[in-house]
Design a binder for this molecule. Sequence first.
Ligand code: SF4
Length: 386
Amino acid sequence: MTSESSEGFHNTDEGTVAHRDAPTSRAPDDRSQRELIRVAGLKKYFPIETGFFEQFFGDQEYAKAVDGVNLTIHEGETIGIVGESGCGKSTLGRTLTRLYEPTDGSVIFDYEHIETLSGSELRPIRRRMQYVFQDPLSALNPRKTVGESVAKPLKVHDIADGEAKWKQVAELFEEVGLSQSDINAYPHQLSGGQRQRVGLCRALITEPDLIVFDEPVSALDVTLQAQILNLIDGLQDKYNLSYAFISHDLDVVRYVCDRIVVMYAGEIVERGYADDIFNNPQHPYTRALVRAIPSIRDDDHERESLAGTPPSVTDPPSGCRFHTRCPEFIDGQCVNQNPENHIVDSDDNHTVACHWAQQSDREREVHSPPSSSEREIIIREASTQE
Ligand code: SF4
């Protein structure tokens, strides 16, 4: 197998990546290109509980939930962060907003490094970055009315108090489609859709620049999902908000996101404009996710179900972390070489981390993946060569 002779290198969100053709810039979309947040080499490791012996001899093990992620979000843009449960997408959202302390890497918000800021230094930044949880109940105090919970950040951040505070709360409730009487309700008295609107109010009250939505509609029925997504979309246009939209549901993500990053086992394996991810997915994992979307699966496409479960992030597979499940597994290089990021079809916004990016389309067409027993032998042999 040969590498494409025209391969060169180019700078993208991923840093310097290889490309197969001369890069040309894609026509800019109608969103602003001003960078709001950039993370580079971001890692979040959680220590695994181990015995005294391991700790004493420095053999502490870690779950590498986020392992070297590069990501940029522009002003007024929605970026989708997708992948199966446990791929690290929520941890990434919480680490880039400093709800979790990063283990390593940098987080630059509005051109300021925030990864090492202390609590008091971070306070003005916190106001500008908000997080909406999947279950708003967990973020609301059950003993306070939802109005009190929404109003609290106004006092904490010295934005408003007294009558002015309640005026802002009332206006926001109206804006998201809640009634004025809902202000005095307790969380358990509201429906799931109403609580998610309260969650939106709580995020919006500090007039943020960035909101991270963590599976914001996955607990809602389809009708409510559409209503909340339309509301989120309208608010973005009105206030020029930037969104990070975390979801396992690509069917939802495709309608709300400008760009998408696909995560697997703590790493980003593909990124690109939403249209490109859905119409021209390059990573075998992305392809499997796209083909699992019912509306796409019912089309003429062959069904491609993805066998197996995501690997442990405590001891991820060597080489390409997807090699234990990949339906397009090539050979031993998948087992012992971590694939670089490659630009797809001259579009420097679309990158993929897969060894197939170095092969020609013809090689891809004629390749038949090894059987499961052949693959086991390849994996065993490649592992012993490491
Ligand atoms: S590098 Fe190999 S195992 Fe990984 S996604 Fe590509 S073909 Fe599959």
